[in-house]
Write a protein that binds this ligand. Structure first.
Ligand SMILES: *[C@@H]1O[C@H](CO)[C@@H](O)[C@H](O)[C@H]1NC(C)=O
Ligand SMILES: *[C@@H]1O[C@H](CO)[C@@H](O)[C@H](O)[C@H]1NC(C)=O
Ligand SMILES: *[C@@H]1O[C@H](CO)[C@@H](O)[C@H](O)[C@H]1NC(C)=O
Length: 199
């Protein structure tokens, strides 16, 4: 059976998008997606706004007590900080994606700012031009993992069993402007409904 030439071309282009590991196709988040989200913009090297955990969709399951999904547009050092309290807290975990002086490596820090778990040396995860998805999950047993869908799953992982419950978080990019998107319309939204049914 012969397929029209155009179909071959379409398949060829499709395979490029599927297999090419170049920057453009690495994070193929359509911009139309962002129209479904809440946006938070910040230009600060530290936490300025503390989000109560209730202000974001949490795709909790039997396996995960925390499951948050963000998209970020930033040059470098996207920081997500999780706290066990709001407004007062005792335990804190800091996620740094695409840091190390320009999108060079990623790591997790505990309350004492000690690096925990293996660092990731994946480069060019972030871009100010396209959104990078970041998933922050914590299992019931305390294991915290960070993934960048389509790039690294997990990107970072550590035992964070001293973080019993995340009650608030903050977002910023060290030394740079950043745009954050959350509460988007996601496939995972179905988990919110099933959670409602079970409670
Ligand atoms: C985000 O979604 C959650 C869960 O649906 C909701 O409770 C919260 O109000 C939303 N946040 C904002 C800022 O609208
Ligand atoms: C942080 O440091 C203090 C004082 O050195 C220590 O008691 C505590 O166990 C440390 N906490 C973590 C999470 O490492
Ligand atoms: C953000 O980072 C880029 C790349 O390191 C730099 O060129 C730019 O000046 C920075 N912007 C600000 C506002 O610091």
């Amino acid at each position: 059976m012969l397929l029209p030439r155009r179909t071959y071309f379409a398949l060829f282009v499709l395979s490029l998008f599927t297999f090419c590991n170049c920057d453009y196709s690495k994070n193929p988040v359509p911009f139309s997606k962002l129209a479904t989200c809440q946006e938070f913009d910040i230009d600060s090297n530290r936490c300025l706004h503390f989000f109560p955990i209730e202000s974001i969709k949490n795709y909790k399951t039997k396996e995960y007590k925390l499951y948050l999904k963000f998209y970020v547009m930033a040059w470098t050092d996207a920081n997500i900080v999780l706290f066990d309290g709001f407004p007062k807290w005792k335990v804190r975990y800091t996620v740094v994606v695409g840091g190390g002086g320009g999108n060079k490596y990623s790591w997790l820090r505990d309350t004492n700012d000690t690096i925990v778990g293996p660092e990731s040396h994946l480069t060019d995860i972030l871009s100010p031009l396209w959104p990078t998805p970041i998933i922050v999950r914590q299992k019931i047993n305390g294991e915290l993992d960070i993934s960048v869908p389509g790039v690294a799953d997990p990107l970072l992982i550590t035992d964070a069993s001293d973080l019993k419950e995340t009650k608030s978080f903050c977002l910023y990019a060290w030394t740079n402007k950043s745009r954050w998107f959350y509460n988007c319309t996601e496939e995972e939204d179905i988990l919110l409904d099933s959670d409602d049914n079970s409670t």
